[in-house]
Write a protein that binds this ligand. Structure first.
Ligand code: AMP
Ligand code: ZN
Ligand code: FE
Ligand code: FE
Length: 283
């Protein structure tokens, strides 16, 4: 089994992907994947639909990508196989989704006030689940201001700290690792060295997260160059962290294809063994 058959990072229309959870698992089956993790931003809303639609031969890891912050730097934690009913984590995810709505509404308001033709009503129509900047980007594409979603992520538009950008009220990363772990989940640091997305944290922060219960670091990711991969692999060995990978598939909202990046079978087994909230679903 090649690594690319275990894709541990994908998004559906439950957040800012363009494939419904049902379509996502069908696409994953057609692409020959053996394991897919559904990791929508700050929500578990796609879990049941994905599980029901699983094609033969594909297993589903139920997860989420949690919006976090540490010392003013935004970072993402992939949370796998946690109990979605656990009160503290589910309240934290609720709060993140509420913050997503408030800040998207604010960004839409600024865009509307600037005469772009983007409206909150339209953004809300485009977002079937947890709303994010890609939905605002789609509205900007529709209005002809940018040619692609990626082009909206600049200082001119809704790129981080950009003209129309409003920050999200993220949760503190060490606290998030503790909550995910307490909910029976396994926490993995997503795209930790993706410097094109903004500032990244030092190794000492990853060590602090590891001390709080972090299980792994995502190494095989489209935004990591060879240098980032080598550095993170070394750090993972030092801290005894599992090395994972995933495509961060967002359907047509991004270029990367399902299974473009993956996780080694032994690493996947370690990750599953570390979690106790919910099980892996097999068709
Ligand atoms: P948000 O979580 O609402 O702040 O939006 C962040 C999301 O925007 C990421 O998860 C990506 O899906 C998307 N994104 C960020 N940067 C880019 C980019 N340069 N091109 C396309 N999508 C992007
Ligand atoms: Zn996204
Ligand atoms: Fe992310
Ligand atoms: Fe992601």
């Amino acid at each position: 089994m090649s690594d690319e058959r275990i894709d541990l990072h994908t998004h559906s229309t439950a957040s800012d992907g363009t494939s419904s959870p049902q379509k996502l698992v069908q696409q994953a089956g057609a692409a020959g994947l053996q394991v897919i993790a559904l990791t929508d931003h700050d929500t578990t809303a796609g879990w049941d639909a994905a599980a029901k639609a699983l094609p033969p031969g594909l297993s589903l890891v139920r997860g989420a990508e949690v919006s976090c912050v540490h010392d003013g730097i935004s970072l993402h934690l992939l949370a796998y196989l946690f109990d979605p009913q656990e009160p503290d984590l589910s309240a934290a995810l609720d709060g993140l989704r509420r913050s997503r709505v408030g800040r998207a509404q604010e960004m839409a308001g600024k865009l509307e006030a600037a005469g772009t033709g983007v409206t909150w009503d339209r953004v809300r129509e485009l977002a079937a689940g947890a709303v994010g900047r890609p939905h605002l980007a789609r509205a900007l594409v529709e209005q002809g201001h940018v040619a692609s979603i990626a082009e909206a992520f600049t200082s001119e538009w809704i790129g981080t700290s950009g003209r129309f950008w409003v920050g999200l009220a993220e949760i503190e990363a060490v606290e998030a690792v503790r909550m995910i772990t307490a909910a029976g989940g396994a926490a993995v640091f997503a795209h930790a060295r993706a410097s094109t997305r903004g500032r990244t944290v030092d190794d000492s922060v990853i060590a602090a997260l590891a001390a709080a219960g972090l299980v792994g670091v995502e190494v095989d990711h489209v935004d990591h160059d060879e240098r980032a991969r080598v550095a993170l692999t070394g750090l993972a060995a030092d801290l005894d962290l599992v090395v994972t990978g995933g495509s961060d598939f967002h359907g047509s909202a991004k270029q990367v294809r399902l299974g473009a990046h993956g996780t080694a079978p032994a690493a996947f087994e370690r990750l599953v063994a570390a979690a106790s909230g919910v099980s892996v679903v097999a068709a």
